[in-house]
Design a protein around this ligand. Structure first.
Ligand code: ADP
Length: 214
């Protein structure tokens, strides 16, 4: 499968992406995870990206395209990929289109996961993430708690609230989404690739997507 997942922060792109990869061995490529890994590891990329990320702003398109141009051509992406958090702006979508043309690959579909803002706000403020950059398992205080000591159930590392998951940073991320990313819905509609899915669980979304591609 070659899929782009669109949706506001907290719409569930990461969860859906992970479940989709289980279907056919496609890889999940999350620019957010790549960037957070780089920040933790203290690389040049991480140093450049951190300020934007902590504020809830987007990292510059040029930096993102540098990462993605390399990532999409790694051997594991040959089987297929689920793009989660990329593209995030019209210039990124246009660059992605050119890049895919260059490497001779077509997207199967673009899934827009549509979730009401109040649900998103509640999800993001209660979200916790494993601090281990190689794990980054997502928890939720209400629906999927970590261990009673606040440790990751997979790797034992403490789970934390991300710096960009304060109420202020979340408000900025949602504003940024509406301004910069929501226009991609029209972009992909015009490309004839868009499918919008509203109010379904991640399992139901995965079923719909897989059915649509077969
Ligand atoms: P969410 O989708 O929950 O906001 P992500 O984990 O996808 O979070 O991204 C976290 C942060 O990383 C974003 O707020 C932004 O600063 C940066 N980022 C991730 N992907 C991109 C992208 N494609 N373009 C620009 N910035 C990005």
């Amino acid at each position: 499968m070659r899929i782009v997942l669109l949706g506001a922060p907290g719409a569930g792109k990461g969860t859906v992406a992970k479940q989709l990869t289980a279907h056919d061995g496609s890889v999940q490529i999350s620019t957010g995870d790549i960037l957070r890994g780089a920040v933790k590891a203290g690389t040049e990329l991480g140093k450049k990206a951190q300020g934007y990320m902590d504020r809830g702003d987007l990292v510059p398109d040029s930096l993102i395209m540098e990462i993605m141009e390399a990532r999409l051509q790694e051997p594991d992406a040959k089987k297929g990929f689920i793009l989660d958090g990329f593209p995030r702006t019209i210039p990124q979508a246009e660059d992605l289109k050119q890049l895919l043309q260059k490497i001779g690959i077509k997207l199967d579909t673009v899934i827009n996961i549509d979730v009401p803002t109040d649900v998103i706000m509640d999800r993001l403020t209660t979200r916790r993430t494993c601090a281990n950059p190689d794990c980054q398992e997502i928890y939720n205080v209400k629906s999927k708690p970590a261990s009673p000591e606040g440790k990751c159930l997979k790797c034992g590392t403490p789970v934390v609230q991300r710096a960009d998951e304060t109420v202020e940073a979340i408000a900025i991320r949602l504003e940024t989404y509406n301004e910069k990313t929501a226009p991609l819905i029209d972009f992909y509609k015009k490309e004839g690739l868009l499918k919008t899915i509203t109010s379904l669980s991640s399992e139901e979304i995965v079923r719909e997507v897989v059915k649509g591609i077969k």
